[in-house]
Design a binder for this molecule. Structure first.
Ligand SMILES: [Zn+2]
Length: 695
């Protein structure tokens, strides 16, 4: 009997190898460090490989269910955690390439595959037999027999199922499914409405309307006009790269008001794109779902998996920041009002004037021109500066490799090594825009680090950007903002490269995840670090002290406004999601009450009004979580202060603790605990207040 089974098994392997012979994605990767063999992958390989990945995972799950032994951490939780590796391997490559080099074919594969993946995920989460085993382990395991990491994994896996409704009875499950379906439809509508209401709007400018606008903004507006069928004119749209420079530079106050008013009323125009009725529906369904799953509010449900833990903690810390930020913003409003009078105006500062007068005051006060800085920031120098910083902190090194297959010729690959030469992982850098690349900058990867059964898997991490290209025979010269972004993404990359996990199936709390990235931005503008990497591309001279001082002074400019508009939106988000009873809310009234409560000044509005607040209503990624960015900012300022207080920005002892806990073990235990282990105490708010000039 045994032999027959074995023979069948062998036959199965042969058959499988045969049909996958041509699909390189399904074979072992015979490349340096088993990196994806991009030179051999064809677009047609993806879908069959992804489908095979789904199939494999289904088989792996079945195997766990069929196991006759008593469910244990090893045969159930660990086994479940290890499922889906083939799917992950292929999906990581697919989604990464689609993010940087989208084509019609890749888009259509994604469209076809996405519902399959959703159904696959639902099938697992609603698999009662699987959950029964997981619950058995959860209820019966002696927690002392598990490591901290294993305990975290057990809670995470059990929690995933419970949060997806596994503990509900049949009727309730049906109810939950209905709520989820309705919510996903409403969220989709919400996002589309914001997009379509915004897209249709345009302001066509005549030549006399261009006063104050810099040449680059004028030519961008001319390009948009051509695309939109207004050849020979200039067009402003509600896309950020269009409306923000317009509000910053246009001398035409009435047009600034027009653009601003259009921007803040997307989804609120009483037309077919209006979102005012959708909002209470979403809010109410979220309350119903939370109640069904045993929570009082949506915020309780979401925050359970955050570092902040409770809505009370979030409010508490938002309030601590609010007062100093509002005071600073009031002082800024006074400065800008004075500038209006100085300019001969007699009107009161309004929200659509803010950008314009902030810019005037900035130029008068700090005299910092981005074009003065750019020659010191060639993309290679900045990248090498980030590498050099990591070497100072952790002793690790970066060596460019020329034998690793790339997904695009311009990409560079670096082997990251310990001081003693031990391999750590590979970093792919891909810094400039091209057709098919998504907007913004991000950190991704093709493989996570893991150490299942003492089998160390080396991470493959990417840093992607859309930084200024090289032109006119000059190297690519970055703006200060781009420099900070490069360091930011590099911080995420270090998080991935230096992780020290047994498993990969963790949740990184949203309010912690920007800590390793944002902390790097602190070093980027420190004089000691700038002097090292910011060298003039023609003369090789380091950046002069006078420019460094200007950078430091200008960094405090307009921070009251930036903090206040952000915090106001965070309060709004929390107010919506701490509601415990359903009601037919009027978003405009609700928002007014919410802002009156915190005393927002009329010259500033929240960064997002409810009817176009996509972060929280189009999908729920940031619902009860918009505060996360500034929570992470507290951590990064406080964490960086630790280095500063030691008198050594590259303090190796502190860096080792940072590496071990904040980067290495984060996710494997409570995030507040991770932070405490690194810092020796809880984070304080002071360093952030000082950094932003709010104190
Ligand atoms: Zn980030």
């Amino acid at each position: 009997m045994k032999y027959i089974k074995l023979a069948l098994l062998l036959l199965g392997i042969i058959i499988m190898t045969n049909c996958s012979k041509n699909n390189v994605l399904l074979s072992e990767w015979d490349t340096p460090f088993q990196t994806p063999p991009f030179d051999q992958i064809e677009e047609a390989d993806y879908l069959p490989a992804l489908k095979e990945g789904l199939k494999q995972e289904t088989k792996e799950i079945k195997k766990i269910i069929k196991n006759k032994e008593t469910p244990s951490f090893k045969n159930t939780i660990e086994a479940y955690e290890a499922t889906g590796q083939l799917l992950n391997k292929i999906a990581s490559v697919f989604y990464s390439v689609r993010g940087t080099d989208a084509t019609d074919v890749l888009d259509s594969i994604a469209k076809e595959f996405s519902p399959m993946q959703t159904k696959h995920h639902d099938d697992i989460m609603l698999n009662a037999k699987l959950f029964k085993k997981i619950k058995f382990v959860f209820d019966n395991t002696d927690r002392d027999s598990l490591t901290t990491e294993q305990n975290t994994l057990l809670d995470k896996v059990y929690g995933d199922f419970v949060r997806n409704g596994a503990n509900l009875d049949k009727k309730q499950k049906e109810q939950l499914r209905k709520i989820n379906e309705e919510l996903s439809l409403l969220s989709l509508n919400f996002g589309q409405n914001v997009r379509d209401d915004g897209n249709e709007w345009e302001l066509v400018l005549e030549e006399t309307d261009l006063t104050g606008l810099p040449e680059s903004i004028i030519s961008a507006a001319a390009n948009i006009a051509t695309v939109r069928g207004h050849e020979g004119k200039w067009v402003i749209t509600l896309d950020k790269p269009s409306w923000i420079p317009f509000l910053t530079y246009s001398d035409q106050r009435d047009l600034r008001e027009k653009v601003f008013t259009a921007y803040i009323n997307r989804g609120n125009n009483n037309n077919k794109y209006d979102n005012k009725e959708i909002i209470p529906k979403i809010v109410n369904l979220r309350i119903e779902r939370a109640n069904l799953l045993g929570y009082t509010t949506h915020a309780d449900y979401v925050l359970e998996r955050s570092m902040a833990k409770t809505a009370e903690n979030v409010y508490d810390f938002l309030h601590q920041l609010w007062k100093p930020a509002l005071n600073r913003a009031k002082a800024e409003a006074y400065d800008y009002q004075s500038m209006i009078y100085k300019d001969g105006g007699s009107f009161k500062l309004e929200p659509w004037d803010w950008w314009y007068y902030a810019e005037k005051v900035r130029v008068a006060k700090y005299d910092l021109d981005d074009n003065e800085l750019r020659p010191y920031f060639t993309v290679d120098n900045v990248r090498d500066g980030a590498f050099w910083l990591a070497t100072q902190l952790f002793g690790i090194t970066f060596e460019e490799r020329f034998d690793i297959p790339k997904y695009f010729e311009e990409v560079k690959t670096f082997e990251v090594k310990e001081a003693d030469g031990t391999h750590i992982g590979i970093l792919y850098t891909d810094y400039h825009p091209r057709k098919g690349k998504g907007v913004g900058a991000w950190c991704g990867g093709f493989r996570d680090q893991s150490n299942r059964n003492e089998n160390w898997v080396y991470p493959l991490v990417t840093n992607v950007g859309n930084f200024t290209n090289a032109v006119d025979g000059k190297p690519a010269l970055l703006s200060l903002d781009e420099v900070e972004t490069l360091f930011h993404e590099f911080g995420h990359a270090l998080h991935g490269l230096l992780s020290n996990h047994t498993y990969t199936n963790y949740t990184m709390p949203r309010d912690f995840v920007e800590f390793p990235s944002q902390i790097m931005e602190n070093w980027a503008v420190e004089p000691e670090v700038l002097k090292h990497y910011a060298l003039h591309y023609e003369t090789g001279e380091p950046i002069p002290d006078e420019l460094i001082t200007k950078i430091q002074n200008a960094s405090l400019h307009n921070q009251g406004f930036a903090t206040v508009e952000y915090l106001a939106a965070s309060f709004l988000d929390m107010d919506w999601h701490t509601l415990a009873a359903t009601n037919n809310w009027d978003p405009i009234e609700f928002e007014k009450a919410s802002m009156t409560k915190i005393g927002l000044i009329p010259e500033i509005i929240p960064r997002y009004n409810s009817y176009y607040f996509k972060h929280i209503f189009a999908g729920w990624a940031y619902s009860a979580g918009y505060y996360s960015y500034i929570w992470s900012a507290i951590l990064d300022s406080d964490g960086f202060q630790y280095f500063k207080d030691s008198g050594d920005l590259f303090n190796r002892q502190i860096a080792e603790k940072y590496r071990k806990y904040a980067l290495g073990l984060s996710g494997t235990e409570d995030a507040a605990e991770t932070y405490r282990k690194f810092r020796g105490k809880d984070p304080e708010i002071e360093p952030l207040l000082i950094k932003r000039g709010l104190k």
